[in-house]
Design a protein around this ligand. Structure first.
Ligand SMILES: [Zn+2]
Length: 215
């Protein structure tokens, strides 16, 4: 009974970036009613949008094999849904009543020695994230653990964020994985390789499954 209910859950995958630059430069409120506005899409690290999509596609296949339903905010290089920003990405997953919104990114830094994986989750903010804070933290724990186990990436742990538009507008549990640093020569190469992308995807899918069972 539980297994059937879990198997029917919908996971919303959000490969980061890919917003057309003219739209990406527009600004949007960081939460419902917020006076703070941020760019819809800063563009991400060089090569990140493509890597995020490739990992998302691999994760999608693995989740479908596990019996989940999967929706993706984009399946091509360009994100075109709604008004085209992180509000639209959250609303896309809200509308589908996802069991989890999994945002897939890779990091960038001016310090090319930085490497490792981290998982971001929403800070508690009354009226914005209080409904999703608990399960999001649970998901972050299980996904980070599984991602590190499958990839052997340096474990940079969990990061609580109050400033992410895509978190503050989500009405479903939400996390963002920084799968590694595009700007680290070795890790950047790994992130662009099919074999490592598959390990990342396996880690994400297993982490999602562990979360969905406990949730
Ligand atoms: Zn990013």
């Amino acid at each position: 009974m539980l297994a059937e209910a879990v198997a029917a859950a919908l996971i919303c995958l959000d490969p980061g970036h890919g917003t057309p630059p003219a739209v990406g430069r527009q600004r949007e409120p960081t939460g419902p009613g917020s006076r703070v506005y941020k760019e819809k899409d800063g563009g991400g690290a060089a090569g990140e949008a493509e890597v995020a999509l490739q990992i998302a596609e691999r994760t999608r296949r693995l989740l479908l094999q596990r019996g989940y339903r999967v929706a993706m905010t984009r399946t091509g290089p360009t994100f075109r849904y709604g008004s085209g920003g992180n509000v639209a990405r959250a609303q896309y997953c809200n509308r589908r009543k996802a069991a989890l919104m999994l945002r897939i990114h890779a990091d960038g830094s001016t310090d090319s020695s930085r490497r490792g994986a981290s998982t971001l989750y929403p800070a508690l903010h009354r009226g914005w994230t209080d409904d999703v804070y608990g399960p999001s933290l649970q998901a972050a724990r299980s996904i980070q653990r599984s991602l590190v186990a499958w990839t052997g990436a340096r474990d940079l742990g969990l990061v609580r964020r109050s400033d992410l538009t895509g978190f503050n507008w989500a009405n479903v549990p939400v996390v963002l994985v920084e799968t590694g640093f595009m700007t680290n020569p070795a890790e950047g190469l790994l992130l662009r390789s099919a074999a490592y992308q598959q390990r990342v995807a396996r880690g994400l899918a297993a982490g999602v499954a562990a979360f969905a069972v406990s949730y």
